[in-house]
Design a protein around this ligand. Structure first.
Ligand SMILES: [Ca+2]
Ligand SMILES: [Ca+2]
Ligand SMILES: [Ca+2]
Ligand SMILES: [Ca+2]
Length: 251
């Protein structure tokens, strides 16, 4: 009986380290990311997320309660908040720098294997065809739009396939969250998340955003992830328990 109790206890203790599932949540300076170009956030059980702001010279701004943004003011000839862009959002880089016209981005990876269940966003505007492009470690790219984008397009005789972006996908709810990711990753494999706006003037001639709106950036709210249990750890623990039990019997 004691042996079984020991096994259960060990299984539970393994689980607390390797079965972690939860959220990395950004915003309101909850993670101390302000001004950092790269950072590590460690969650329960030691599950760790590494983040790197892009492009080179960019830093994080986590001040808004709606999520994480990228501040590119430190890059020469970039305007991020002085009339173009916003230092606490992901946006298209404004100004005359070589990177102007590109989307601000973040590269992230985890220090343990796991599964990305959801990527949470805020502020993707449907009318102006704002999106987050996600490049997965296997090089697959998915382009996530507001849930109403297809309706906006069909209202004016266009469709998702007209957008000219890889795998256009609608957020399944009105919260701009991409909830059905279910992507299994290994430790250290990199994901790249880039903000973008469809250049409808050139890509969809004739498309006019309702009320003449313009793109205004978006934020990264968080990641829902679960760790994959490590069999080797459990097996080692079981072996140790068996050895201890055998040693005990011999006494
Ligand atoms: Ca920005
Ligand atoms: Ca927006
Ligand atoms: Ca939206
Ligand atoms: Ca959201």
């Amino acid at each position: 009986m004691r042996f079984l109790v020991g096994l259960v206890a060990i299984a539970l203790s393994c689980c607390s380290h390797s079965c972690w599932a939860g959220n990395f949540t950004f915003g309101s300076d909850a993670n101390g990311l302000a001004g950092l170009a790269d950072a590590t956030i460690i969650e329960q059980g030691g599950f760790a997320l590494n983040l790197q702001a892009g492009p080179t010279g960019a830093v994080f701004n986590e001040s808004d309660s709606d999520g994480l943004g990228i501040n590119t003011r430190g890059i020469a000839d970039v305007d991020d908040g002085g009339g173009g862009g916003d230092p606490d959002k992901f946006n298209i880089i404004d100004g005359t720098a070589a990177v102007s016209g590109q989307g601000e981005f973040v590269v992230f990876s985890f220090e343990q294997a796991g599964v990305v269940e959801s990527l949470l966003f805020d502020g993707l505007k449907d009318e102006t065809l704002e999106y987050f492009s996600i490049e997965f470690p296997n090089a697959m790219v998915v382009t996530v739009f507001d849930s109403q984008v297809e309706q906006r397009l069909t209202d004016q005789g266009f469709q998702l396939s007209d957008l000219g972006v890889p795998n256009p996908t609608l957020a399944p709810n009105e919260e701009d969250d991409f909830e059905v990711v279910e992507y299994a990753f290994e430790a250290g494999q990199e994901f790249k998340l880039t903000y973008g706006e469809v250049d409808f003037t050139n890509v969809l001639p004739g498309y006019v955003p309702v009320a003449g709106g313009v793109g205004n950036g978006a934020r990264f709210q968080g990641i829902v992830v679960r760790a994959i249990p490590e069999p080797s750890t459990a097996v080692l623990a079981l072996a140790a328990t068996l050895l201890a039990a055998v040693a005990h019997r011999r006494q």
